[in-house]
Design a protein around this ligand. Sequence first.
Ligand SMILES: *Cc1c(COP(=O)(O)O)cnc(C)c1O
Length: 381
Amino acid sequence: MRDLARQLQQRRLDGLYRTRKVQEGMQGAHVVLDGKPCLAFCSNDYLGLSHHPQVIKAMQQGAENYGAGSGAAHLINGHSKAHHELEEALADFVQRPRALLFSTGYMANLGVMSALMQRGDLVLEDRLNHASLIDAGLLSGARLRRYAHADADEAATQIAERAGEIMVATDGVFSMDGDLAPLPQLAQICKQKAAWLLVDDAHGLGVLGEHGRGSLEHFNLDADDVPILMGTLGKAFGSFGAFVAGSVELIETLINQARSYIFTTAPPPAVAAATCVSLKLVQQESWRRDKLSSLIDQFRQGAASLGLNLMPSMTPIQPLQIGDSQQALACSDALWREGIYVPAIRPPTVPEGSARLRISFSTDHEPNQIDHLLSVLEKVL
Ligand SMILES: *Cc1c(COP(=O)(O)O)cnc(C)c1O
């Protein structure tokens, strides 16, 4: 038996110990964490939809219509009309024949790769991909290789040496860096080799593109370029869950073979009912994306004039590189003492030596709050 106490103590010494803060009430610019009111720049609720009155109402109504839980897996009788309508609306939104709901993004990635890939196949991933994509590659049994971050040329070289079934998988927007994958190049490489391309657009959907259709809209790519699109619903959509969109054959294959789809309870129908409304708001209220992008510009200009270590990101994820884990933690603590919450992101979430403050913005923020953040950062850093 491992000595867990000693292991935990070592974690503490390395600045890698993780703890949670307890939040009261809803997401928003101002939250109460561990009983302390603060200004938060940390959530993925980029469009502020998690607490939109219409979304909340839809969830309440959904609970009245369907009850609190789904009661069964999708393949038994847990697949409600609310789930079904959401799948149709999502497929429409991303302009693909079909979409399939999963309980979480993590499970969606596991499901896709384990259904499509097997021993002897090759899965090729960006080194900075989300943990769920990495785990999915490992679980699939295929050979997993990684290429340097956003390096489409290295991906092309690795793919050129191989025959047989190949899947390239990448985040659309990298969750801890905020930058975009070189999707047009990856799409071209994959087409030449008839390889699958899976894009996990957890942080792009709702946020990027004129209509909020994410990284693919940003780069003007279609289903022919990217045959497998995964999106999550717990971030910009403000609710919970995830989906995979693609061809009829892809979705039917997942329904029949994705173990993380088959062997689990369907999410509460009320959640799907709420997501239907937030999807409408994502489409109709483009002012949310406009406001977000003006807040991001304001922050980047201010941070650049302070000489802060910005990363090349045009998204609401605006990390400040610190490097050392202990130091990143100390910066986060100093901000916390000033009434601002920004988490320190440390290995293994990010590579060794690249600990950072992960600042994220939402339409809940106002320009004066960005100014306040900048002035406190100037003081603390
Ligand atoms: C958050 C996230 C996931 C996981 O989605 P959940 O619905 O939270 O499980 C997958 N991929 C990326 C890139 C993410 O940021």
